[in-house]
Write a protein that binds this ligand. Structure first.
Ligand SMILES: *Cc1c(COP(=O)(O)O)cnc(C)c1O
Length: 369
């Protein structure tokens, strides 16, 4: 196949799920599937995981509806709740759980009558300062929420870390402390439901934050959330995970190239010697970023070779080296098996999260067992 392919290993996904169960043995798992399951294909990943995890987490109502329309009957959590223009009745209609992070959402819930109360997650802002109730107002709003007939009791409580990937930072312990102070301050303990604090970074760096439910996103897909120079944690492999995605294409031409000749748009690279250049069917039209710097490695026939020149929409060039034996049709791996995406993220200064979620619909996803 002479096209960009996103090969997704469901056995690697199973392996990672087992690894997460082992890492947080007392916690339920909310598998995070937002943004097309980080580029892995939301529906297929959901079908594979639905009976293996407690809950599926998404960031948009449209994602939750797409899952329901695909016949997924699992628990689904809206990580950011319904948005102001959306109808909160959708939560009931589609049987969703929702995060409650703002006074407006509580006001909305006061005005509706549901036949069955909905499961909600009260979001506490412990330091991320993005969504959630500030600690000094949280008591008040938690009780307002508890007064809503449309809300099932007890109420689950969640927060999100801003620096869980920074192992030396004092911010995460502070966030945990603020969370625990809030829990302690709730007088009616019967109102306290499940607790959830940890996403990927928290799972592997802050075990005291595992609690009732962990929310793995990127680690589920076998990728480390930590910096590339973080000892013992810089790749999924080091965390005991396997890369789920291998992003690949193939050589469509191998060409002689002379010393002093430039290549591609803008002539940004010139060869210092006679060499062989490979042309690969991969470009920013597939999701391989145009801002990739030259010398970024790809894997061809088991060895790393550098990208040269500017990534274009449909093609990218690699310097195979004089005397290379690679030929048209040979496989080229951009990240995944044998070439960790964390290495590409480090090299390009583009986070693995962004690389994964930038893939386009032209890159066909293929699932293997
Ligand atoms: C995206 C998200 C996650 C998953 O984050 P990872 O770092 O990919 O594990 C967990 N919780 C919330 C609230 C999120 O928005």
């Amino acid at each position: 196949m002479s096209i960009a392919t996103v090969e997704v290993s469901l056995s690697a996904l199973n392996h990672n799920l087992e690894r997460l169960h082992a890492a947080a043995p007392h916690s339920q798992i909310a598998a995070i599937l937002k943004a097309n399951a980080y580029g892995h294909g939301m529906i297929e990943i959901a079908k594979h995981l639905k009976d293996k995890v407690a809950c599926l987490g998404v960031a948009r109502l449209s994602e939750a509806i797409a899952l329901r329309q695909a016949g997924i009957h699992s628990q689904i959590l809206l990580l950011e709740g319904c948005f102001p223009h959306e109808n909160v009745e959708c939560v009931v209609e589609y049987g969703l759980q929702t995060v409650i992070h703002s006074p407006e959402q509580i006001e909305q819930l006061k005005t509706v009558k549901f036949n069955t109360p909905i499961t909600v997650w009260f979001k506490l802002d412990t330091g991320m300062h993005r969504l959630g109730f500030r600690p000094e107002e949280a008591q008040h709003y938690f009780h307002q929420l508890a007064l809503c007939d449309s809300v099932r009791k007890p109420i689950n409580i969640a927060t999100h870390f801003c620096c869980a990937d920074e192992l030396e930072s004092a911010i995460t312990p502070t966030q945990i402390k603020i969370f625990d102070q809030f829990i302690t301050s709730i007088e009616d303990k019967n109102l306290i439901g499940l607790q959830s604090l940890a996403a990927s970074g928290g799972i592997f760096a802050w075990p005291q934050a595992h609690r009732d439910m962990i929310r793995p996103g990127i680690v589920l897909y076998g990728v480390s959330p930590f910096a590339f120079n973080c000892p013992g944690k810089s790749t999924g492999h080091e965390l005991g995970l396997k890369p789920v995605m291998t992003f690949k294409s193939e050589l469509i031409a191998v060409r002689k190239h002379k010393q002093g000749e430039s290549v591609g748009y803008g002539q940004i690279w010139t060869s210092s010697e006679d060499t062989l250049l490979g042309v690969v069917a991969m470009g920013y039209g597939d999701g391989y970023p145009r801002s990739i710097p030259d010398k970024t490695p790809v894997l061809i026939n088991g060895r790393r070779v550098p990208i040269v020149g500017r990534v274009s929409m449909d093609m990218v060039l690699v310097d195979l080296g004089a005397g290379a034996l690679d030929k048209s049709g040979d496989e080229v791996i951009f990240w995944g098996e044998g070439l960790p995406i964390e290495e590409i993220a480090h090299h390009t200064n583009i986070s693995a999260y962004e690389l994964l979620t930038s893939l386009t619909i032209r890159a066909k996803i293929r699932y293997t067992r």
